[in-house]
Each structure stands twice: as C-alpha cells, then as structure tokens.
Design a protein around this ligand. Structure first.
Ligand code: ATR
Length: 263
C-alpha cells in the first residue's frame, strides 16, 4: 500500500491525514496518509525513503518548509521564489519540492477579492507562510502589498525575496483593503494582537488560523463591519493541489468533507 506522510513539529493537531484519507476512500485509492513528528536531523532519511519509493509523497509543515530545500533535487519555480516547500514528490527519480500553499491561498480568497476590489493588502507577520501569501498576491496583481512584523529584521528578509513590498513598523497600521493575520497570535483563544484596527470598515479581514474558527482578530474585524474569513479553505485547497500532484485526480471539496473535518 502506498504511504504518504506530513512532517512537522508539533504535528499532533494536523488535519492533513484526516483530509487525505477521506479523499483516498472517496476516490478508491489504496493508500494511507500519516503524520510524523520529526527533528531536523531526521528529514534527510525520510527524503531518501521517498527516493527508494518506501514513501510516495511528503507534505511539510511548520517549521520545516525551508529546511527541507537542502535535501531536494529540484524545486518548482514557486517553491524557489518563496523558499518554501510543502509538497514533495518523485519524478523521473528526482525528488521535487513544490509549494501548494500559494494556490491554496489564492483559490480561498479569489471570490471575496473580486467582490471587494482589493487594491492593497497589509500582512501582519513574517513567518513560514508569508512568502506564499506574497507570491499569491503578486500573482493576483494586487498593486500594493504592505508587511509589518514585530521583529523588523524578519520583515526585511522578506523584502529581500520580494522587493515590491513595503515594510512598516509594528504597531503602525496603514490603511489597506485587506488585512491578513499571518502571525501565530490567535492560536490560543485568548491571544490578542493589541493593534488599533478601528479605521477598518467594509474591508476584508483574513486570518491564516482556522482553529479556533474565529480568532479575536476576526471577531474584532466583524464587529467593526468588515468581511472576515479564516484559513480553513486555504488549508483544504493546498491539500487538494497536493493530492492532484500525487494522484492525478482533483478531489472534490464538498460540504460533507468540510463538516467531516470540523468534527
Ligand atoms: P512559522 O513557524 O509559521 O514560520 P514563526 O516563524 O514562529 O512561525 O512566525 C510566527 C509569526 O508570528 C512571526 O511573524 C512572529 O513575529 P516575530 O518574527 O517578531 O517573532 C509573530 N508573532 C508571534 N507572537 C507574536 C506576538 N505576541 N506579537 C506579534 N507577533 C507575534
């Protein structure tokens, strides 16, 4: 039986196994998907297992999306430009890294983006997922992308990857049509960003976090009269794109699936 894994640390809360195993059943694929908590020094051997076909595909999550690059034979353009890999596969005996977070984010926000005519986006945070978000916003031709991170050096590192972005000081919130929380603040229910969002009305608040479903950031955004969306669909669509790469099938995103994941 073919085996797929998601590696990360921590990994207990990953819903990827639940999602991929659901799609295996629906598409009559004889395979299993498991999660594996790893340390950096274990990554090399796992990639070797992929090369030996003991494993058929690997998803990568926090904090290894950049670290895995060292062990791959080839990168897709997307993973090269974002320096981030979340999906690994074997093609012509070469281990290839790709980034499906970009498509995941883009598909998840496409409709609200068009409706709200988004011309500027403010990203809070500079962690692992931010380069994918910037790549997607550039692809969607959002003219102005602003980045703010508590630790300014990390924001500047991001500007080295994407020189079209504007960096602003943490706490200095400029106007934007869309504001994205890409920090880890909100993972705990009581977490607060303590930033002044009062000028935002009829804009779009997006949180990469989907558990809890409504972070304080989204709660406040809604109270102020903004459209809100959490990271659930981004998570599902990045998995859909990975599934398509591994199995050549675009699995369906249905209400049944969404409800199953929420259980
Ligand atoms: P990842 O593993 O996704 O890369 P990370 O690198 O730990 O996550 O990034 C988490 C993000 O949340 C960072 O942008 C971090 O800001 P710093 O670079 O200053 O650490 C941000 N973050 C975490 N806790 C925060 C807090 N209390 N206030 C503001 N930003 C915070």
């Amino acid at each position: 039986m073919k085996k797929y894994i998601v590696i990360g640390n921590p990994i207990e809360h990953s819903l990827s196994p639940k999602l991929h195993n659901f799609w295996f059943k629906k598409n009559n694929i004889d395979a299993v998907y498991e999660k594996k908590k790893v340390e950096t020094n274990e990554i090399k051997d796992l990639i070797l297992d992929l090369k030996k076909k003991k494993i058929s595909g690997i998803n990568v999550t926090v904090p290894f999306k950049k670290d895995v690059i060292n062990f791959l034979d080839q990168l897709s353009l997307e993973s090269k430009e974002t320096q981030s890999v979340n999906t690994i596969f074997l093609k012509n005996d070469k281990v290839i890294g790709h980034n499906t977070d970009i498509d995941g984010f883009q598909i998840a926000i496409e409709n609200p983006m068009i409706d709200l005519k988004i011309k500027s986006a403010l990203i809070l945070g500079a962690g692992g997922v931010v380069s994918s978000i910037i790549f997607a916003l550039n692809k969607m031709k959002v003219p102005k992308i602003i980045l703010s991170n508590r630790t300014k050096e990390k924001a500047e590192d991001m500007k080295n990857l994407f020189n079209n972005i504007n960096i602003v000081e943490w706490g200095n919130i400029p106007d934007a049509d869309m504001i994205i929380n890409a920090t880890s603040v909100g993972l705990k229910k009581k977490d607060e960003l303590n930033l002044d969002f009062s000028k935002f009305k009829k804009k779009f608040f997006y949180d990469v976090i989907y558990n809890p479903k409504i972070t304080n950031f989204l709660k406040l955004g809604k109270e102020l009269g903004n459209k809100i969306e959490n990271g659930e669909m981004m998570f599902i669509f990045q998995a859909q794109a990975a599934f398509k790469i591994w199995h050549g099938i675009k699995p369906q995103v249905t209400n049944e699936l969404i409800n199953f994941l929420r259980q």
